[in-house]
Design a protein around this ligand. Structure first.
Ligand code: MN
Length: 470
């Protein structure tokens, strides 16, 4: 029997606001001491009143539009009650009944559309670090603004799960709502997987794997769950509905806690924060600030760049945005330098933060197109544009200083060729060529290159040599 997997994904995105969702404390705790970015509002000391951060609303509108979602004119916060040591309030402020972002969809590069059920705003929890006999609590992350994006169960393969998470990451980064730092958990994925016999009109029992923070681990965890659940069903047993943990080292999921029934969080409207009412004009004015999205870049560049190059560039928003500033006639040359030279460099991550100006890149591409620079020399000048000691001088000056400009002046080249042909040590090669030995042309081109100190354009040189020797 064939089994069909069904996957739904919840994704938490940390918004890159300056301050937290309900207090005026710094929202960016990177590199700061534990518990140094915390306000009494964050842990709800008696008498503290939360105040909603307007920037989070604006970013939620952008995030929603990036996913083709309705933005709800009215939304509201609720308290979700539970006890956990990293959440001193005893509840999370979230949107349960009236989320700010309604239904929409995300289109994968393959064209498959994954529907979005809704997305809501909420505050993050703190962080626990466990040791042998004790645990440490860090509240820096408490009430960092999140949007939780809930997909419909429209995903049916590990690859589509991977592609969906990656496309979400791209959408959120291009929309500028998050730093998108996956390593530090700026986006975290919870995957719900079930399998059911082909043709069945009911979904199978699902398991949930929480807090994955790489596309690769999403793909592997889904693959593992599909295989595991299929084996369970084939053995005539039943899949247990439970939360499972992913172990990246073993490549396996293991049971953590079973959910016999839905938990009762005693949701109630958050009494300290009034409902959010957005006018249609405000929503449209904010949504209009959405910059170019991956779909826009695909539409603009699909006739200029091969698909694989375009998809690589889309993985690096800085490169895609810079490519967009390049003269259309040079886009292909620069895109190739980005994908084949820059990304192959050891320091590429560092380089991405400090890309050369569009003016320098255009100049470089022009020299290449005019054959003033060979392809090797083009790469060399390109890399010097990242060198703090040299970059200020610009592409043209660097190329000149390094003596890389090719000699294209026909008269000058002919003169050099003639000098070389007059040298006694090239006499034998000339005779051999005339006698039909084709390959000695390489030796002669080499001699001319040497004479020109590497500046001659080799293909022009070869043409002149053939003419002279015929
Ligand atoms: Mn959540």
């Amino acid at each position: 029997m064939k089994y069909i997997p069904t996957i739904g994904i919840e994704c938490h995105v940390q918004l890159s606001t300056k301050t937290k969702l309900f207090s005026e404390v710094d929202n960016d705790a990177r590199g700061k001491e534990p518990n140094s970015c915390v306000s009494p509002v964050d842990y709800a000391l008696p008498g503290m009143l939360p105040r909603l951060n307007g920037e989070a609303i604006r970013l939620a509108i952008l995030a929603g539009r990036a996913m083709n979602c309705e933005i709800n004119a009215q939304s509201r916060f609720d308290r979700k009650h539970y006890f956990y040591p990293d959440s001193p309030k005893g509840y999370q402020i979230t949107q349960f009944y009236h989320p700010i972002i309604g239904a929409g969809f995300v289109e994968l590069p393959s064209g498959t559309k994954i529907r979005i059920e809704h997305a809501h705003l909420e505050g993050d929890a703190g962080k626990l670090t466990h040791f042998d006999t004790y645990s440490l609590v860090d509240l820096n992350r408490v009430d960092t603004p999140l949007i939780e994006i809930v997909s419909m169960p429209d995903i049916h393969s590990a690859k589509d799960a991977h592609d969906y998470c990656k496309e979400l990451w791209r959408l959120m980064c291009y929309a500028g709502v998050t730093y998108g730092d996956l390593y530090n958990g700026n986006m975290r994925f919870d995957i719900n997987t079930s399998v059911a016999p082909e043709g069945s009109d009911k979904l199978g029992t699902r398991t949930e794997v929480k807090n994955l923070n790489s596309f690769r681990s999403v793909e592997r965890a889904v693959e593992y769950e599909i295989e595991r659940q299929t084996k369970v069903l084939e053995a005539g047993e039943e899949v247990v509905q439970e939360t499972r943990g992913w172990n990246d080292a073993t490549g396996k999921t293991t049971g953590q806690r079973s959910k016999e029934e839905a938990k009762d969080y005693r949701y109630m409207p958050e009494p300290d924060i009034p409902p959010i009412n957005l006018s249609a004009e405000f929503i449209e004015a904010e949504a209009a600030k959405l910059p170019m999205m991956p779909a826009d870049y695909r539409a603009k560049f699909s006739s200029v760049l091969p698909n694989d190059i375009l998809e690589i560039l889309l993985d690096y928003p800085e490169l895609m945005q810079k490519t967009n500033e390049i003269d259309e006639k040079y886009v292909k040359t620069i895109a190739n330098l980005f994908t084949s030279v820059l990304l192959a460099e050891e320091k590429s991550a560092e380089y991405l933060n400090d890309l050369p100006s569009a003016k320098d890149l255009n100049e470089l591409a022009e020299m290449n197109t005019q054959k003033e620079l060979s392809s090797t020399a083009t790469k060399e000048v390109f890399l010097r544009l990242f060198d703090p000691q040299m970059k200020e001088r610009g592409a043209k000056t660097i190329a000149k200083e390094l003596g890389l400009i090719q000699e294209n002046d026909l008269g000058a080249l002919e003169a050099i060729v003639d000098t070389v042909l007059a040298k006694p040590e090239t006499k034998k090669a000339q005779d051999d060529f005339r006698a039909g030995e084709e390959k000695v042309i390489g030796f002669l081109v080499g001699q001319v290159m040497k004479e020109s100190r590497g500046k001659a354009n080799p293909s022009a040189v070869q043409e002149i040599l053939r003419k002279r020797l015929s």
